[in-house]
Design a protein around this ligand. Sequence first.
Ligand code: RIB
Length: 327
Amino acid sequence: MTPTQVDVAVVGSVNIDLVASVARLPLPGETVSADDFAQFPGGKGSNQAVAAARLGRRVAFVGLIGDDAEAGEVRAALERGSVDVTHLQVEPGTPTGRALVVVDEAAENTIIVVGGANMRLTPAHVEAAGDVVRGARVVVAQLEVPVETVTAAARLSGGRFLLNPAPARQLPAELLDLVDVLVLNETEYEVVAGHPLPEDPAELGSRLASSGWQCLVVVTLGARGCLVWDGGEVASVPAPVVPVVDTTGAGDTFIGALADALSRDEPPLTAARWAVHAASRSVGALGATTAMPDRAAVLAAVRSAGDGGPTEPEGSLLSEEAPAEQR
Ligand code: RIB
């Protein structure tokens, strides 16, 4: 694979996830005992890259790790996930990013991210990867790296620029203007928009119409699916009911799958349905990438839900076989 040929370039974070399983999450000031502990590769950027690659896309990752013992582990995880790591650089004397994840028996979680090397990723690193960022059909970024680095990626992007503003923060106007696809959950919507997510989709539509945002907006709702706004009415995409062990990385699977579908020029609603089913298949095991589905699993989920097949255009993701050049 030559770097300029990728479908999806991800500019973002890579972490080691330190995951404690508990009966219930501690209250402020409370200590609880964990029933189990495990370590997994994670980071929103890395997870999203692996999700898109597992669905068959050619994916390149632009990021920064430290020179500690764990750095090799996260690099190897990306490589095992078939992600091109040519532009995964090492920052000497800096720890690789870490996330402290606590998951309870109801699959609720809390996550604290310790940025480490991720926060040293600069616009110069992105410019050094300019060939992949300019050449990718979709460029994906999050906010676990500095916002000026994300803005540099948006400026350089030659394809569609997808931003997942997580962890949530207010966005500079210049960055928002460069976004083609904004994917955010309810909490992130509230921070970025400056008001709570309206319950009524029609009200959300009129809020978005007057927001000045010039992009496709997808609001993820967890087990309730997502809302999609493409300049007209807000459409609601429901999620199937599935057994849940751990939702860590479900949002990242959604974004990887959405990038996968958009890189094939799928219409927004088709892409959102695909992403909902991919995310719903990712929550059955502990760890962000452990249960991420491949293309066959998502196709099976879409078909068994019966919410996309017959109306999809020929050659779509939902058809029996993708054209050879898309595999
Ligand atoms: O979105 C889940 C991810 O958030 C975890 O893998 C953790 O590393 C944090 O970045």
